[in-house]
Each structure stands twice: as structure tokens, then as C-alpha cells.
Design a protein around this ligand. Structure first.
Ligand code: HEM
Length: 501
């Protein structure tokens, strides 16, 4: 075959490929056009400015050289204020939709749940940190993982929680008196929620509060390093492979070692106990369904991330504010003391404490623990708003589009919460029913499975602390700023002086 014939054949192949790709693209565009017409979609007119509209080199530059992504929350909120509740970032290769509109978020999480899946970046980064589990799975594997966890968090099982809460709460109070009146409450909350979660879910507590300087403390520190690293990698998106952190890798190895020996200890203890008494313990359910030890460890890590970091972050954020708002603290204390003096509360009493509920709601509104999240369109679909010049028309979402939703900004909608959205004002909850505009525990089929546990645990801990201390004072005056991790808490801790009752 001559050189010309060979070139000719290559040229044929290239032309055929080109025609094929053009035909495919045309068919897709016809489908989009048809869907847009049927659903009344309009193209997005609210677009964020991008310097490189082709492959996103500006994104790469910002993420790699503009330093820490902390304080992203306020920056993102400012973007929504500037561009509207739904805007897009369009590049030749990708389209990303940003929204803080409650109607869109409801469609994404509930009404069109099956049209979306978890974004690949989350599956990769969290899977790398925790292994595959409920936070990284889609479809059938996800619903299997969820049904495995659900029995352990049934309402009836929560009746075992008060005794566990009280014994660990006493350890926390002992730690506070041991440390003296000025201390950082945040690490104590992280140890407390770990001790409670491990005892309630696995039947054997890590008892970090009783042994604050041992391997348990190393685990807490390592786990935070891994969580921060995962959050940072997630913001890098496709560029995450450029980030390498050997300290985080070492932390991860130590975290795995700690959890493995913890599981060994739990299983050993379970063998020597009466299993009937323990019925419903999560580790028991998991270990009878999963034989592989690595998979068991992954599931345990997922549930610990879900239950421990989130509740500790909520408590830290709340006490950060309470220390700075003595009038709110005093009002809360009056309600608690009037209802139960200094006696141990039961869950039905906790449910009656209205001002306490408002304070927790207000903390979750102002400082949501999971302030932003994302889904990826698994097929072409539509969001109800975001298209057209006013953003009031439906918006087409093409398969593969990432939809980022911002609960932090949605919780600051003046139309729902009034003009003082940046204020911590529990009284705003009097008669307020925000529906989908308040989503601290998410919504739809992937709604938080531990919401009841988290709320009862938080109510209980707040009540016992407020009963024991008449007054709090902050010992630093820095404003609240976010610690960039998988669950958002205060960057500078909760440094307070506590005055005994
Ligand atoms: C203040 C405390 C808590 C907050 C704010 C919170 C918030 C959330 C949110 C926003 C999600 C949805 C995540 C997503 O869609 O990507 C979620 C999921 C989840 N939460 Fe919670 N959570 C809390 C406590 C707990 C506790 C105590 C447990 C368990 C004991 C728990 C177990 C889970 C699980 C297993 C999921 C995954 C559900 C699924 O994907 O099907 N959470 N949580």
C-alpha cells in the first residue's frame, strides 16, 4: 500500500468519526430542544463571569493559587446576592448550576430524586477517606446500606439513649471542673459525641472523656486532619490529583488502625455478652450482614462521620453564639429551670422545651453543619426555576451537569426569615414554618437517618450544661468563621469561661 493510500484511509476514518460525532451531537441537541419546548424551559441568563470559557484554566488557577477555600460560605452567599438564587457557570466542556432556591432544591432531592446521583468527585474523595458506604453509594447499593442502618436508629431504640447520655454527660462535667472555668468546649463536644455514638451504635464506648490524652485523642486529631483534607480535595474537583498531603495519608493509616482495634474489642465483648440484650446494636447488625473486615470498617467510619462530627459541630456552633448572647442564655436557662429544675430530664420533657427548640433551629439555620452539597444529573432533566431573564422559568439540566445547592444561603432568604437574617434570634421561630427553605438535615429519600437521635442528643446535652452553669462568657472575641471540613464548625474553637450555678 502506497503512502497516499494509507493517508487516504486515515482521512476516511477521521471523516467518518467526525460525521458520527456531529450526528450524535445534533441528535442530543434536538432532544434538548424538544425537552425545553415541552417543559417551557428558558436558557439561563444569570451566568457567573469566567475568564476561560473553554476548559476552566481560571478555575484551576483560583483553586491552586488563591489559598485556603475557608470563608467560602460568605463568598458564595455574596455571589447569590449578586446573580440571583440560581445561576450557571458555562464552559465548553462542562456546565455547573448553582442554586439556593427552595423549589429547585426540593426538585433535586425529592421530586426528581431518580434523575440525580452523587457527583463522581464526592464518590472518589470520600470513598478514598472512608471506603464505600452510605455517603458514597448510589442506586441499589445505597438503599441496601440504608436499610442496614435503619433498624439501629428506630424510634424505639432511642429509649436506651438517655442512660448513655447521662453517664457521658457526667464525664464531660467532670472534665470541665478538672480543666477549670476557662476552657475550649469544642474538643470536649467532639469527644462527648464520639463516646455517645460508639456506645449507642456499637455497644462499647471509646470513653475519650475519661482518657483524654491516650490514643483516642490521637484518633480525634487524625480524623479531623482527614476530614479537612477530604473537604479541600472536593473543592478542587477534577484537579484533586494535584494535591498530595503525606501527613493526611499518615493520619488515615492511624485512623484505620484505631477503628480496626476498636471493632475487634467490640466484637470480643459482644461474644461474651447475652446477644438478646444487645439486639438492634448497629455493629451487631452490620457484622452479621458483612463478613469482610475492611467493608465493616468502612461502614463504621461512615456512621461515625455522620453521627459524631455533625452533632459536635452543632453544639459547638450553638455554644459559640450563646456565650456571646447572655440574654438568650438567661432566657433559655429560665425555661429549663422552670420545667425541670436541676433534675435529669426525660425525652418527653425535652420535647416540650420550646425556646430550646428555637435555639437549636436558629443555630442550624445560621450555621448549618452541612452548608452546601451537590448532585450530578444522571439523565437530562429540568429544574422548576432558574431559566429566562428573571430566572422564573424552568431550566434544562443536561446529563452530567453538576448542581450545587447552598443551604447556607437558602437559610438567609429574607422573604422567609426577615431582614435580620445574619442575627441569631431564636424568637423568629415563633409561628415560622419554612418548609423546604429550612434543610439542616436535607430532605427526600436521602434525608438524614439520624435526625431524631441528633436532636434528642443535642437537647439533652444543652439542658444538662445550662442547668450546671448559670452564665457563660467568651474568652476570645473573634467572630464566627468556618472550619473547612466535611461538617462545618467554628474555626477558632469555643473558648469560654463557665460560671457554676
Ligand atoms: C446535628 C446533627 C446532624 C446533622 C446536621 C445531619 C445532617 C445530615 C445531612 C444534611 C445529610 C444529607 C447528606 C447528603 O445528602 O449528602 C445527612 C445524612 C445522613 N445522616 Fe445525618 N446529620 C446529623 C446527625 C446524624 C446522626 C446522629 C446520625 C446517625 C446516628 C446521622 C446519620 C446520617 C446518615 C446515615 C446519612 C446518610 C443518609 C443517606 O444518604 O441515605 N446523622 N445528615
Amino acid at each position: 500500500m502506497s503512502v497516499f493510500q494509507m493517508y487516504g484511509r486515515w482521512l476516511d476514518i477521521i471523516v467518518i468519526l467526525f460525521v458520527f460525532l456531529c450526528a450524535k451531537a445534533s441528535i442530543r441537541y434536538v432532544c434538548y430542544w424538544r425537552m425545553m419546548r415541552q417543559q417551557g424551559c428558558q436558557p439561563s441568563c444569570k451566568k457567573a463571569f469566567v475568564r476561560d470559557p473553554f476548559i476552566g484554566l481560571d478555575f484551576a488557577y483560583d483553586r491552586l493559587f488563591q489559598g485556603s477555600p475557608a470563608r467560602n460560605l460568605k463568598g458564595s452567599f455574596d455571589m447569590y446576592k449578586r446573580l440571583g438564587a440560581t445561576y450557571t457557570v458555562n464552559r465548553l466542556t462542562t456546565q455547573t448550576i448553582y442554586t439556593c432556591d427552595a423549589a429547585n432544591i426540593k426538585r433535586l432531592l425529592a421530586t426528581s430524586f431518580d434523575d440525580y446521583k452523587l457527583p463522581a468527585v464526592r464518590v472518589c474523595v470520600m470513598g478514598d477517606l472512608l471506603g464505600p458506604g452510605i455517603f458514597t453509594l448510589n442506586g441499589h447499593s445505597w438503599s441496601n446500606a440504608r436499610s442496614l442502618l435503619r433498624p439501629a436508629l428506630r424510634k424505639e431504640r432511642l429509649c436506651g439513649l438517655p442512660n448513655i447520655l447521662e453517664s457521658h454527660m457526667q464525664s464531660m462535667l467532670r472534665q470541665i471542673s478538672f480543666k477549670g472555668s476557662s476552657l475550649d468546649l469544642q474538643p470536649l463536644f467532639f469527644s462527648l459525641t464520639m463516646d455517645i455514638a460508639t456506645e449507642f451504635l456499637m455497644g462499647y464506648s471509646t470513653n475519650m472523656l475519661e482518657n483524654p490524652d491516650g490514643s483516642a485523642q490521637q484518633f480525634v486529631d487524625d480524623y479531623m486532619v482527614c476530614s479537612t483534607e477530604a473537604a479541600r480535595k472536593m473543592t478542587l474537583g477534577p484537579l484533586r490529583f494535584l494535591r498530595s498531603n503525606s501527613a493526611a495519608k499518615q493520619s488515615k493509616t492511624r485512623v484505620f488502625k484505631y477503628i480496626d482495634s476498636y471493632i475487634d474489642e467490640c466484637l470480643k465483648r459482644m461474644e461474651t455478652r447475652n446477644l438478646a440484650v444487645e439486639h438492634g446494636n448497629l455493629l451487631q447488625e452490620l457484622s452479621s450482614a458483612i463478613e469482610d473486615r475492611q467493608m465493616l470498617r468502612d461502614q463504621v467510619l461512615h456512621i461515625l462521620l455522620a453521627s459524631r462530627d455533625t452533632t459536635a459541630s452543632l453544639l459547638s456552633n450553638l455554644f459559640f453564639v450563646l456565650a456571646r448572647m447572655p440574654e438568650v442564655y438567661a432566657k433559655l436557662r429560665r425555661e429549663i429551670v422552670a420545667a425541670m429544675g436541676d433534675s435529669v430530664p426525660d425525652f418527653s420533657q425535652l420535647r416540650e422545651l420550646q425556646y430550646l427548640r428555637w435555639c437549636i433551629n436558629e443555630s442550624l439555620r445560621l450555621h448549618p453543619v452541612i452548608p452546601s452539597n451537590a448532585r450530578e444529573a444522571a439523565q437530562d432533566t429540568v429544574l422548576p426555576v432558574g431559566g429566562g431573564p428573571d430566572g422564573d422559568s424552568p431550566l434544562l439540566v443536561r446529563r452530567g451537569t453538576i448542581v450545587l445547592y447552598h443551604v447556607y444561603s437558602m437559610h438567609r432568604d429574607p422573604a422567609v426569615y426577615g431582614n435580620d437574617v445574619e442575627e441569631f434570634r431564636p424568637e423568629r421561630w415563633d409561628g415560622l414554618r419554612p418548609g423546604w427553605a429550612f434543610l439542616p438535615f436535607s430532605g427526600g429519600p436521602r434525608v438524614c437517618i439520624g435526625q431524631q437521635m441528633a436532636l434528642m442528643e443535642s437537647y439533652y446535652i444543652v439542658v444538662r450544661l445550662v442547668q450546671a452553669f448559670e452564665r457563660l462568657e467568651p474568652t476570645d472575641y473573634k467572630p464566627w468563621s468556618e472550619l473547612f471540613a466535611l461538617a462545618t464548625t467554628c474555626e477558632n474553637g469555643v473558648h469560654v469561661k463557665m460560671h457554676k450555678a
